[in-house]
Write a protein that binds this ligand. Structure first.
Ligand code: DX5
Ligand code: ZN
Length: 221
């Protein structure tokens, strides 16, 4: 299998999304960080901007909701025609109903856990999701360092997925770069978000290829 690389547009130029989307044309998907200033101490954009991104993007959009009340908002993002919508377990009242509503609105459903949330919290619901997102930084900002304890968490989630829901993707987000992506792949991730590493490169498509090659060699399954 080949690793999937999804650049995070949190590191893009917010006045030039169309230009920056074109600069990552070889990405497997584009990771879109939606923040509300409540669930995380930062704010980005909402439905109208993601709607325009969906209209101009040639690559599938992977929406990462760092917002309160994803039960309400998740299906509305899914209805824009995006590829996937991932919400935070910590913010959700009814994860199973929200996953179902996202899927019924036409997108893949994902659930995310922050670094301080126990992996056990998702053990009983994993098979209801197309994607599990293990955060390897505290959500809210790009350019942070990968938290090393995340590797054990990734390995634990991979075990759960292998046992219960082998088709579910394991995505990791935060501080992924050329120096650690191989280790993260070996721990069990198959889908990698990279913001500053991709957007800081002079040739972004080349950086995507480098990251993908390093990860693909080490995929653990
Ligand atoms: C952080 C976001 C990430 C972030 C990743 O809250 O969810 O998607 O943009 O950026 P880097 O790769 O720079 O850590
Ligand atoms: Zn993200």
């Amino acid at each position: 299998m080949t690793a999937r690389i999804q650049p995070s547009i949190l590191s893009a130029d917010f006045a030039n999304f169309e230009r920056d989307f074109k600069s990552i044309s070889e990405a497997d998907g584009i990771h879109v960080d939606v923040m509300d200033g409540h669930f995380v101490p930062n704010m980005t954009f909402g439905l109208p901007m993601v709607k325009r991104m969906q209209e101009i993007s040639s690559r599938p959009l992977d929406i990462h909701l760092m917002i309160d009340n994803p039960d309400h908002w998740g299906p509305l993002y899914a209805a824009l025609g995006v590829f996937s919508v991932t919400f935070h377990l910590e913010a959700c009242d009814n994860p199973l109903a929200t996953a179902k509503a996202i899927k019924e609105s036409g997108a893949r459903a994902g659930v995310a856990i922050k670094p301080g949330t126990s992996v056990n919290e998702i053990a009983g619901i994993i098979e209801n999701f197309d994607q599990i997102l293990v955060m390897s930084v505290e959500p809210g900002f790009g350019g942070q360092s990968f938290i090393n304890g995340s590797l054990e968490r990734i390995t634990a989630v991979r075990s759960l997925i292998s046992a219960k829901s082998p088709d579910t993707w394991l995505q990791v987000d935060g501080g992924i770069d050329l120096g650690n992506i191989a280790q993260v792949a070996r721990a069990g991730a198959d889908t990698f978000v990279a913001g500053s590493s991709v957007f800081g490169a002079s040739d972004r498509n080349q950086r995507i290829r480098e990251l993908r090659d390093l990860a693909s060699e080490k995929l653990s399954h």
